[in-house]
Design a protein around this ligand. Structure first.
Ligand code: ADP
Length: 164
């Protein structure tokens, strides 16, 4: 069974991420979407909230698993018997950082291959930060995130407003 991990912050998961997961499933038997707990980004949603949103959005597909991990990605990959790391490439701007990470991960464990996948063009300008910004300003994110994520985003804004 060919297993791939798709690591990231997923704060929150967007239709761009889902597009990448679906492409990965053409190549792999199982995709583990893995939230990096040590990410330097300051997330809006807790790890549990992010895991729940991904599970809900991907529940139609039994080949998708959701998990979180601490520490080195290649160590985690070995633990779950994954042979590949999936990353999404939206534009040239993603390339330099991703290239560096891929080569470093290969140096750390040469048996794990990084596979880059390109999303549908309509998702190339999409990222989680932009979604959070649009949503916080009252914009409509229906076309960019799954329905359950849209609801969570709206609830967060209401909570945030109540606390300020
Ligand atoms: P990270 O903090 O690791 O970049 P993200 O959640 O932002 O985590 O992204 C995880 C992966 O998904 C990265 O490889 C990123 O390039 C990719 N990705 C994010 N948004 C999109 C999108 N709209 N289309 C394709 N890939 C994407």
């Amino acid at each position: 069974m060919k297993i791939a991990i798709y690591p990231g912050t997923f704060d929150p998961i967007t239709n761009g991420h889902i597009d990448i997961i679906e492409r990965a499933l053409i190549i792999f038997d199982k995709v583990i979407v893995a939230i990096s707990v040590d990410s330097p980004k300051k997330p809006l949603f807790t790890v549990d909230e992010r895991m729940d949103m991904i599970k809900e959005a991907a529940k139609y597909n039994s080949k998708v698993e959701v998990d979180s991990f601490n520490g080195l990605l290649v160590k985690y990959a070995r633990k779950v018997n994954a042979t590949a790391i999936i990353r999404g490439l939206r534009a040239v701007s993603d390339f330099e950082y991703e290239f560096q990470m891929a080569l470093m991960n290969r140096r750390l464990n040469e048996k794990i291959e990084t596979v880059f996948l390109m999303p549908n063009e309509k998702y190339t300008y999409l990222n989680s930060s932009l979604i959070k910004e649009i949503s916080s300003l009252g914009g409509d994110v229906t076309d960019f995130v799954p329905e359950n994520v849209k609801i969570k985003l709206t609830n967060k804004q209401i909570l945030h407003k109540d606390n300020t």
